[in-house]
Design a protein around this ligand. Sequence first.
Ligand code: ADP
Length: 254
Amino acid sequence: CVHLLADPVFREGAVSGAVLVLLDVTEREQGERMRREFTANVSHELKTPLTAISGMAEIIKDGLVDPKDVAGFAGDIYKESQRLISLVEDIIHLSRLDEGGVGLETAPVDLLELCRRVMERLEPAAKRAGVSVSVEGMPATIHGIPAVLEEMVYNLCDNAIKYNRPGGSVALNLSLGEKEIELSVADTGIGIPAEDQERVFERFYRVDKSHSKEIGGTGLGLSIVKHGAALHNAAIRLESVPGHGTTVRLIFPI
Ligand code: ADP
């Protein structure tokens, strides 16, 4: 997209030439369009659970719910409010990453220890899902933003468990090359169709909206991974075979 700015040049009252400025505003316009879409999506995603919470609270308040059903309604209100909290947290993290990680401290990060910590946090979820998890590899340290790196690995492992099946597995592996450190998360889950593989990194993009909603999630996890990787100059590779599983690799330069 090009904006044309033409200005006549006057000399002694007469037009003696013209200055033509061509501005490539593609990136600027794309940025603005993405921001508009993001705001619309955020409003929609916030409004859905809020409307549900408000509706349920209203009928309880008006005494329209049988006392024996009140606990069930309270459970639903709790679930919806938890969804809202995760969403707001993810939006805050994303906006911090959008600003280039301003205010986030960097430090040496032991990636193997970080991987073990993430899997420990996810152990209960893996148990509930009937998925076995493993962490393997050699110690590797990079200079990075600890909180962002942990969230990236957490989001990848969380997905690998969520989009898996009972009896499936998740393998987190760290390998050290001459010029790079590779952190991979491989699952034996449902996989991602080829046409969706690039789009899953977009904000709020989900392969199967209804299935994802049932599983839980904000649709922001992989965009946080993408922004976090960019901040660490890391590349992301995704390989996935529907019905067989997905492997996501983060490749950090040394
Ligand atoms: P969500 O909060 O919905 O999990 P993400 O941004 O983390 O959002 O992922 C976007 C979508 O990509 C998910 O809704 C899911 O459809 C798909 N996806 C992500 N990771 C995996 C995976 N390991 N296996 C299968 N599908 C996945």
